[in-house]
Structures are given as structure tokens and as C-alpha cells.
Design a protein around this ligand. Structure first.
Ligand code: DAH
Length: 345
């Protein structure tokens, strides 16, 4: 029996020593030291022995048990230490690795231009007004003094949703909503997104942004309009940039005008370094928007007394301003979300 015990002990020692993880170690414990284990079986045989051998074998079994328990505990401690080591190694932070720079978003050039424009008008005492992009037919046309039959409505190339609902084609619609909601004096700028059934090319987009200005009060004149546009042009593009106003037509203004800025490339010279300026086609001027004195009919439509109040309005495309500001020649770049383009600003 002694030999069998020693053989079992050897086997157990090997199994414990070879246990590669807690699962294997527990299996070895159950097999050799468990309640139905191999050692237990030897204890069960003791009662068949005579007193002397029983004492002797009993001592041997106790010694083996103690040895195996110690080995088991040691092996368990070793496995735990190993697991801890592995965990530490996997969680180790290599402070010498190059850092991962956080990606910082940048303001889109259109938004930056829009905000720069708004900022100038805030400085002049205007506030920002907004209106819905999905607009009613009334706010889009009749309220703005478009006669029922007027071809100017076709010019707007409107996206209709229903007979009465459409995507606004200009921020001018917000003039009406603003005036309906308050009494004069009115001093607002309206930045906003507009939509037209335009074919997309280098200078056209079905979706685009405008900024609209509206001022209504007693005694407002065309000179106030011209002066305000002049300040806007200079603040936006520099002291040497001026404005030019020429007759035009819009249903909601009378008189109406288009306004131009000194060419931001040739600064009005019509040529750059002896070469004809291609941006302004040598005219020295760039047309950027429309403006005029608010038509009395529009004032009456919102319930203002057109005998007492006069006003002016203007509207211009943000894309156009941004293209001039950054020297961009294709409007489509604004909407492509190409990081190579956007990261330059
Ligand atoms: N809404 C016009 C357009 O989109 C621009 C415009 C012209 C706005 C004259 C105005 C204005 O406020 O008075 O073409």
C-alpha cells in the first residue's frame, strides 16, 4: 500500500505542478484530495489494517495530504500571481507611445461667413430673426406683393410640396413673419437656408444660404440703405471695398436695386498684374445681392401704416460672399464634406 500511496502522491504532484490554470488545478484537487478522491480511498482502506500498520499508514497519508495541500496552495498562489502579471501587462500604459491627437472640428466656411455677416449687423443694432424653411404660398408670394400672374414667381423656381406648401426660395419670406409679429421700429437680419430648382453647377446649388436685412421705422431713406451696405462691405472685405447700386426689379421693393461690391480680387482696378481681372470680367464690380425700399403694399399687408413708416431691405447669397472671402471658384465644394477642402479654413 505504501508504494501505491507514494505513486499516487507522485502523480498528484505532477498534476498540480502542471496545472496551467485555475480550472485544471481545481480538477487535480478534486481528483486527489476531494471527498471522493484518490487519497480518501486510501484512508478508507486503513480500517482493514492492523493497529501498527494503520498508525504508520495513517501518518504517511497525513503527511502526503499536507504536502499536496501545500503544493496546491503554492500552485494556486503562483497561478494568481501569473494572472495578475498578465493583467498588469495588458493594462500597461506605454507613456513613450506618440499621442493620439484629438480631432478638433472646424467651423464650416459657409457658417463662418454667415456668422461674420451677422456679427457686423449685430454691431449696428440689428437682431437675428428666423423663419421656417417650409413656407406657405402666402408668405412666399402674395404677402411679398407678387401679383397672382407674375412671372417673377417662375423666376424663383420653387420646390412645391403641396399647392400651399413649398421650400422657401428666399429669406424675404421672413420679412413678413417678422413684421406681423411686431410693431416698428424693425431692425433684423435673417440668415437662412433656401431652395430652388436650379441645376447644380459651379455657381448654382438647389440648396443655398442667404442673409436678409430689414429695417422699418419713421423717416427711413434710401441713403440709410446705401450707407448700411457700405459699412457692411467694408467690414466684411476691407476699407477699400465700396458698394454700387443700380436699378433692378423685385416685387417687394420700390424702387429696387441690385448691389455690387468693389471687386475683391483687383480691388476695382479691372486688372491684376497687367492681366484682365477674370473675377469681375474687368468691370471692377461684383454683383452680390438685391435691395430696395420696402414696397408700401408689403407694409400694408402686415398692417403697418405705409404713410407713417418706410423701410429698406436687402438680400444676398452667403455662398457668393464666402467664395469671394476665401477665393473659392466652385460652389459645390461647400457641400461635398471633403476634409481636404474643409481643413484649409
Ligand atoms: N430675395 C431676393 C432674391 O433672392 C433678394 C432680395 C432683393 C432681397 C431685394 C431683398 C430685397 O430683401 O429688398 O433674389
Amino acid at each position: 500500500m505504501r508504494d501505491e500511496v507514494e505513486a499516487m502522491a507522485k502523480e498528484a504532484e505532477t498534476a498540480i505542478g502542471a496545472a496551467a490554470d485555475m480550472g485544471a488545478l481545481e480538477a487535480a484537487r478534486v481528483e486527489y484530495l476531494g471527498r471522493k478522491g484518490r487519497l480518501r480511498a486510501f484512508y478508507d482502506q486503513l480500517k482493514q489494517l492492523d493497529a501498527d500498520s494503520r498508525r504508520e499508514m495513517g501518518q504517511l497519508l497525513n503527511a502526503v495530504r499536507e504536502r499536496l495541500e501545500t503544493l496546491l496552495a503554492d500552485r494556486q498562489a503562483a497561478l494568481e500571481a501569473e494572472a495578475e502579471q498578465k493583467r498588469l501587462a495588458s493594462e500597461r500604459i506605454d507613456v513613450t507611445l506618440p499621442g493620439r491627437a484629438p480631432r478638433i472640428g472646424k467651423e464650416h466656411p459657409l457658417l463662418a461667413t454667415l456668422e461674420a455677416a451677422v456679427e457686423i449687423f449685430l454691431g449696428l443694432g440689428f437682431r437675428v430673426a428666423e423663419g421656417p424653411e417650409i413656407e406657405t404660398y402666402y408668405y412666399s408670394f402674395p404677402a411679398l406683393n407678387y401679383p397672382e400672374w407674375h412671372p417673377a414667381m417662375d423666376e424663383q423656381m420653387t420646390f412645391y410640396i403641396t399647392d400651399d406648401l413649398l421650400l422657401r426660395s428666399q429669406t424675404s419670406t421672413v420679412q413678413i413673419r417678422t413684421m406681423e409679429a411686431q410693431q416698428p421700429p424693425v431692425r433684423v437680419v435673417v440668415p437662412g437656408r433656401c431652395f430652388r430648382r436650379d441645376t447644380v453647377d459651379a455657381t448654382h446649388s438647389h440648396t443655398f444660404y442667404q442673409i436678409e436685412g430689414l429695417l422699418v421705422d419713421e423717416g427711413v431713406t434710401f441713403a440709410d440703405l446705401k450707407g448700411t451696405l457700405e459699412i457692411f462691405a467694408r467690414e466684411m472685405f476691407g476699407e477699400d471695398i465700396h458698394t454700387r447700386i443700380r436699378p433692378d426689379f423685385f416685387p417687394f421693393t420700390e424702387p429696387s436695386a441690385e448691389f455690387s461690391l468693389t471687386c475683391v480680387k483687383c480691388r476695382g482696378a479691372g486688372e491684376v498684374g497687367g492681366q484682365p481681372c477674370r473675377l469681375c470680367k474687368t468691370t471692377g464690380w461684383l454683383e452680390v445681392g438685391g435691395c430696395g425700399m420696402v414696397d408700401p403694399n408689403v407694409l400694408e399687408n402686415v398692417g403697418y401704416d405705409s404713410e407713417r413708416y418706410t423701410g429698406w431691405a436687402f438680400g444676398c447669397g452667403i455662398e457668393r460672399l464666402a467664395m469671394l472671402r476665401y477665393g473659392i471658384d466652385d460652389i459645390r465644394l461647400f457641400y461635398m464634406s471633403d476634409m481636404r477642402f474643409l481643413e484649409q479654413f
